[in-house]
Design a protein around this ligand. Structure first.
Ligand code: MN3
Length: 210
């Protein structure tokens, strides 16, 4: 079964004014579609065909650059669309596990936001900022270059991403030009904390409620 470009869960203009419709059209319809097509081309007819994206990325260091770049691009964008919503923004409820875990591991939502914005702002060139959960159920923030992510065995601290922000220029340049910090701030108005909370809970099915 080939990888399929997921449908956007909202209209192209649904995240305006924070993320503009034209950027969403090109980002999803061209960039994400391109990674999906090239990922399929990279695994077709090889022993990798039929593996899940998680299986591919978990030991991607042993695979081709095409699998690493396009597999990462496929996974990262699929996650990105899913953790944004026109009804998003604000803070996670303090009653949710993710709300409690952010307070536990960063001190406060504001401290978390400050660290995440710094990771997104200081990632040189193209890449991603991440909120992840490690195997000990602890949250951490990191960033990766290109289409890498913390699921990959590439020497970065490994964990399961629960929130990711694309800081490639193609993600914001039409609307924000070189003002990446403004784009990062705007992203906080569309984060779907219910979706992030679900990802967090799914990443640690054995963890009891906090
Ligand atoms: Mn992108």
């Amino acid at each position: 079964m080939a990888f399929e470009l997921p449908e956007l869960p909202y209209a192209h203009d649904a995240l305006e004014p924070h993320i503009d419709a034209r950027t969403m059209e090109i980002h999803h319809g061209k960039h994400h579609a391109g990674y999906t097509k090239k990922l399929n081309a990279a695994v077709e007819g090889t022993s990798l065909e039929g593996l899940s994206i998680e299986e591919l990325l978990g030991n991607v260091s042993k695979k081709s650059a095409a699998v690493r770049n396009n597999g990462g691009g496929f996974y990262n964008h699929s996650l990105f669309w899913s953790i944004m919503s026109p009804d998003g923004g604000g803070e996670p409820s303090g009653r949710t596990n993710i709300g409690k875990a952010i307070k536990r591991d960063f001190g406060s939502f504001e401290d978390f936001k400050k660290e995440f914005k710094a990771a997104a702002g200081t990632r040189f060139g193209s890449g991603w900022a991440w909120l992840c959960v490690d195997k000990n159920d602890k949250l951490f923030i990191t960033s990766t270059p290109n289409q890498d992510n913390p699921m990959m065995d590439i020497g970065v601290k490994q964990g399961t991403p629960v929130l990711g922000l694309d800081v490639w220029e193609h993600a914001y340049y039409l609307n924000y030009q070189n003002r990446r910090p403004d784009y990062v701030e705007a992203f906080f108005n569309v984060i779907d904390w219910a979706a992030v909370s679900k990802r967090y809970n799914d990443a640690n099915p054995g963890a009891s409620d906090l």
